[in-house]
Design a protein around this ligand. Structure first.
Ligand code: PHB
Length: 394
């Protein structure tokens, strides 16, 4: 078995793992990133698309923001659409100048991969059988197979950034972990269509038939979602049905026109929330979907992952510079405050905008009363805006 060494072994080349490696490199800490999938797969994986102000600033400040600044779309607000009309939430005005940037997660991933490879980073794709060992000791290890070779990677620390289905959580004894979970009884059918977006800003529509969302990726690519039942499969949603529902759910009294175009990508995803506590065991630190999943309604998933690895890289930096374990010891508690804030916001947005199968007419009236309040009270709108652009204090 080949032996290698690094300071921080990172499992997963999604936004969490790549950003962590990038931030560590900037403070002179060596890391190795291991990814089960191919480079092509992770660069094409269509996911979220909204970057908070803090994520945008971080990308810029750490030298990976050039393409985002060229191609990303800066949005100063969103629309809540209900009862046939739009109610704009003006982020810039309500937050004292913050905005969001629409830039696909896979674009962030591409930029980070390019930066890591340009820096000569050990970043391995298509690795097999990765496992974490001795995480409670001061010499944790990762074992994996790369091509024909079995490798043992000695590390000071391990970061588990390998997503919900990853292996890193399994390295923590089950009786040390508590899992908090909420399944929503619906999902989203998502499409990417080759057509100019029918609106300039995102539209979150709460309709009697269910939720719909208009988003975008570029001036020529529209991203659209429709709420579907938990029991649906993608086969239940032929293109014609998706367009029909989108037209119905996005209709306004003023005759909103939804432009159709060829569907280039179609996905189905379930809405659920998961938090695993604590996010650390010995020298293994969990970050991103490995520890926390939020429903997509609040657009928090990627931003939360970025926030968490920022905390982790600062804590590791402190340890390497001064030997102080204080920030590492506080990692889980520090992150979980933000994780739960994001959970609450995502839950709040999700329940405000979707139809639940158990909802009665009374519940719908309550939902509409809430939507009217959020869009007419400045304080209520400001609370949505503050959470959406990325809360500073938690
Ligand atoms: C997206 O563009 O993919 C998107 C935007 C906003 C959300 C979720 C997804 O809340």
């Amino acid at each position: 078995m080949a032996k290698e060494r690094t300071q921080v072994g990172i499992i997963g080349a999604g936004p969490a793992g790549l950003m962590l490696s990038h931030l560590l490199a900037r403070v002179g800490i060596d890391s190795v990133v291991l990814e089960r999938r191919s480079r092509e797969y992770v660069e094409k994986r269509v996911r979220a698309g909204v970057l908070e102000q803090g994520t945008v600033n971080l990308m810029r400040e750490t030298g990976v923001g050039a393409r985002m600044d060229r191609e990303g779309l800066v949005h100063r607000g969103i629309a809540l659409r209900f009862e046939g009309g739009d109610h704009r939430i003006d982020f810039e005005d309500l937050t004292g100048g913050s905005t969001i940037t629409v830039y696909g997660q896979q674009e962030v991933v591409k930029d980070l991969i390019a930066a890591r490879l340009a820096a000569g980073q050990r970043l391995h794709f298509e690795i097999e059988d990765v496992s974490a060992h001795d995480v409670s000791s001061s010499a944790p290890k990762l074992r994996y197979t790369l091509g024909d070779e079995s490798v043992e990677l000695e590390c000071d620390f391990i970061a588990g950034c390998d997503g919900f289905h990853g292996v890193s959580r399994d390295a923590i004894p089950a009786d040390h972990l508590t899992r908090y979970e909420r399944e929503y009884p619906f999902g989203w059918v998502g499409i990417l269509a080759s057509v100019a977006p029918s609106a300039e800003e995102l539209i979150y529509s709460s309709h009697d038939r269910g939720f719909a969302l208009l988003s975008m990726r570029s001036p020529t690519l529209t991203r659209l979602y429709v709420q579907c039942d938990r029991s649906d499969t993608i086969d239940d949603w032929p293109d014609a049905r998706i367009w029909e529902e989108l037209h119905l759910r996005l209709a306004t009294d003023e005759g909103f026109e939804l432009k159709e175009g060829p569907i280039v990508e179609k996905t189905i995803a379930w809405m659920h929330s998961v938090v695993t506590e604590p996010m650390q065991h010995g020298r293994l630190f969990l970050a991103g979907d490995a520890a926390h999943i939020v429903p997509a309604t609040g657009a928090k998933g990627l931003n939360l992952a970025v926030h968490v690895v920022r905390v982790l890289s600062a804590a590791l930096d402190l340890w390497y510079r001064s030997g102080s374990p204080a920030a590492l010891a506080a990692y889980s508690e520090t992150c979980l405050r933000r994780v739960w804030r994001a959970q609450h916001f995502s839950y709040w947005m999700t329940t405000m905008l979707h139809r639940f199968p158990t909802d009665d007419a009374f519940q719908r009236k309550l939902q509409l009363a809430q939507l009217r309040w959020v869009s007419s009270s400045r304080d209520a709108a400001a609370s949505l805006a503050e959470n959406y652009v990325g809360i500073v204090r938690v």
